[in-house]
Design a protein around this ligand. Sequence first.
Ligand SMILES: NC(=O)c1ccc[n+]([C@@H]2O[C@H](COP(=O)([O-])OP(=O)(O)OC[C@H]3O[C@@H](n4cnc5c(N)ncnc54)[C@H](OP(=O)(O)O)[C@@H]3O)[C@@H](O)[C@H]2O)c1
Length: 327
Amino acid sequence: MQNKKIILAGGTGFIGQEICNYFGEHNSIVILTRQLKQQKTNAFGQEQLHENIRSNIRYVKWDGINEGDWMQEFNHADIVINLAGKTVNCRYTEKNKQVIFDSRTNSTKAIGAAIRQAVKPPDLWINAASATIYPHATNGARDESFTDFSTDFSVQVCQRWEDTFYAQRTPFTRKVALRMAITLGAGGVMIPYFNLLKFGLGGRQGSGRQMYSWVHAEDTCRMIEWIYDHKALEGIYNCSSPGAVTNNEFMQTLRQATGHVIGLPAYEWMLKIGAAIIGTETELILKSRWVMPTKILQTGFKFKYPFAKDAINEIISKTPRKKYFLF
Ligand SMILES: NC(=O)c1ccc[n+]([C@@H]2O[C@H](COP(=O)([O-])OP(=O)(O)OC[C@H]3O[C@@H](n4cnc5c(N)ncnc54)[C@H](OP(=O)(O)O)[C@@H]3O)[C@@H](O)[C@H]2O)c1
């Protein structure tokens, strides 16, 4: 994809920066952010964005709720990608729950309004969604045809987020909700994994039998490009590699790729205490996430990283050793 104007709401985060790296050299990107400060390095300690990419990116302030000057950017934009939302990696207190809901629904509504007022609206609006919408699965993978959703908090977040997205009337803009699995790349979940490995705790978590659906961030970007190029595609798509593994297999692959011989397991009771201490929820680790990207495969899309081993090796190959070893 070349010479397109891409608007990235919440583009300062992990996936946003991966998208900038992928598209930024040949396209112009406008990042909507609540704070006009630019990160120069990512969590891996490398230059976050190359100079020639940085020059193609502008940062524009919005608050993720209200209309404002930022909406002018939507005139003549080609693609809008909305990634904005408070991280779910926190304790699910009532206050946090409300912000998790509101940050996703408000930003989605604000983008809908910006598209409606645009003189020439964008061709495509991709809204982040999450594969967490599918239930704890132990007897087979779920795909887009599944509709029997639970009332758990995280599932409700996903549903309300998608409902808000589909409630936005944008007749001249194609809409796709990307139900993303755990995304692997230069940052995100790899950071806590590296910290576990450093301290010899890179073993299985819980029983280790829970499934782990994942996607390499480069495949997320390739999927966005594919969806843009294939003008008939709209609706819900799982953004998950077809190669889900068990937690045990994932941790073993990670240990092999990083040269860690020993990895002590973390039992459920240890995770409960640890999660409370570091301010997160065990659901993020113990839920069995088993998802198939049936719809995108049916369109002929081919994943560059269908196997966890290849995805992890590629990420480790560009990670400084000191990130996953103490010395
Ligand atoms: N990473 C994954 O594995 C994964 C998997 C499934 C779904 N997702 C979803 O995909 C989206 C992007 O993921 P990510 O890992 O890139 O997330 P991230 O690193 O946490 O970035 C999200 C961005 O959202 C903005 N934001 C945070 N709180 C906000 C609020 N209260 N109101 C408006 N904007 C807010 C922030 O930008 P500013 O501070 O610059 O405004 C932040 O950079 C998220 O919505 C996430 O739930 C991620």
